[in-house]
Design a protein around this ligand. Structure first.
Ligand code: SF4
Length: 277
C-alpha cells in the first residue's frame, strides 16, 4: 500500500501510462532521476530564453540572448543537473556549443521584440477530481487580437507526423490549466522545435480540453488503485534505455524494494554530498 500523491504534473501522469513502476519510483517514492545531457541542455536553453524575455521588448537583441545564455550557464555551474553529468572540458564545450546553436536557431524563428509575453515559466494548478494537476508553461503570449497563445520550447527533435498529436497532447494539458486558472481557453498552442526551426501549432477546443480531463481522471483512478494494491508493474519499452531506475527493475533482474536505499547515492551523488555536509 502506497500513499496516493495529491498533486502531479501532466508529464508525471503520462509516466504512469508509459510504465507504472517508473511512476512509482519517481512520483510515489520520489527518488531522484539521473540527469541526462538532453534534459540539462533543454533546461539551460529554457532558462536563457526566460531571462532574455524578462527584458523589455526593445532590449531583446541577439546579444541580449547570448548574454542570457551566459548567465544561465553560470547559474547551472553548481547544480546537480550539470555537476552529476560529470562532463570533461571537451564535453562541456560541446554542450555549450549545442546550447548556443539552439538559441541562435530560436532567433531565426521569430522576432522576440514583437512578442508580448504575459507569463514566463508560469506555474498553474487546477483540480481534476481529488488531484491537483500542476504545470509550468514556458511562455504565455498575448496576441495583438487579445487572444492567448501557449508557447512550449522543445530542444529535442521534431516528431514525425504520427507522433505529432501525441506531442501536442502535453500542451493541451496546459491549455486546460489556462482555462481553469485564467478563465480563458488559449487560441493556440505552439511547439517551437529549436533544433530544426520547425513550429507546430494547434487550436485547442472544448472537445480537446474535455478529453484531457476525462483521460486524466481515468489515469488517476488507475493510480489510486495501484497505490491501494501496491501493483506497479514494469512495462518494458524503448524508454527503458534511458530509465534511471533500471538497476531496480525486475525486468532487468533488479529488486524494486532496494531502490529507496540505493538510488539517491547512485543517481544524484551531489545532492547526497550536499545533504551530508
Ligand atoms: S527499466 Fe523500463 S520497465 Fe523498468 S522501470 Fe524503467 S521504464 Fe519501467
Amino acid at each position: 500500500m502506497f500513499e496516493v500523491p495529491t498533486s502531479l504534473s501532466p508529464s508525471r501522469v503520462e509516466k504512469f501510462t508509459s510504465c507504472p513502476l517508473a511512476f512509482r519510483f519517481a512520483s510515489i517514492e520520489k527518488l531522484p532521476e539521473r540527469p541526462s545531457i538532453h534534459t540539462t541542455r533543454g533546461s539551460l536553453v529554457h532558462r536563457a530564453l526566460e531571462l532574455a524575455f524578462a527584458r523589455p521588448p526593445a532590449e531583446r537583441t541577439p546579444d541580449a540572448f547570448r548574454a542570457s545564455l551566459a548567465v544561465a550557464r553560470h547559474e547551472f555551474r553548481s547544480l546537480p543537473d550539470l555537476v552529476d553529468l560529470d562532463l570533461d572540458d571537451e564535453q562541456l564545450a560541446a554542450l555549450d556549443e549545442e546550447c548556443r546553436q539552439l538559441v541562435e536557431r530560436y532567433l531565426l524563428m521569430e522576432d522576440p521584440t514583437r512578442v508580448h509575453p504575459i507569463g514566463l515559466e508560469l506555474r498553474l494548478s487546477a483540480d481534476v477530481g481529488s488531484l491537483a494537476l500542476r504545470g509550468i508553461i514556458d511562455r504565455l503570449d498575448l496576441r495583438d487580437d487579445g487572444e492567448l497563445v501557449v508557447v512550449d520550447y522543445k530542444t529535442g527533435r521534431a516528431p514525425s507526423v504520427q507522433w505529432e498529436q501525441k506531442s501536442l497532447a502535453g500542451v493541451h494539458f496546459y491549455s486546460f490549466l489556462c482555462e481553469q486558472v485564467l478563465g480563458r481557453r488559449p487560441a493556440a498552442i505552439r511547439l517551437m522545435y529549436l533544433s530544426s526551426g520547425e513550429t507546430i501549432e494547434a487550436t485547442p477546443s472544448a472537445q480537446s480540453v474535455r478529453f484531457i480531463t476525462t483521460r486524466t481522471a481515468a489515469v488517476w483512478q488507475a493510480v489510486e488503485r495501484a497505490c491501494e494494491t501496491g501493483d506497479f508493474r514494469p512495462r518494458p519499452s524503448a524508454l527503458c534505455a534511458s530509465c534511471s531506475f533500471q538497476p531496480w527493475c525486475p525486468s532487468f533482474g533488479g529488486d524494486p524494494d532496494r531502490a529507496a536505499v540505493e538510488a539517491p547515492a547512485l543517481l544524484a551523488p551531489s545532492l547526497v554530498a550536499t545533504a551530508a555536509s
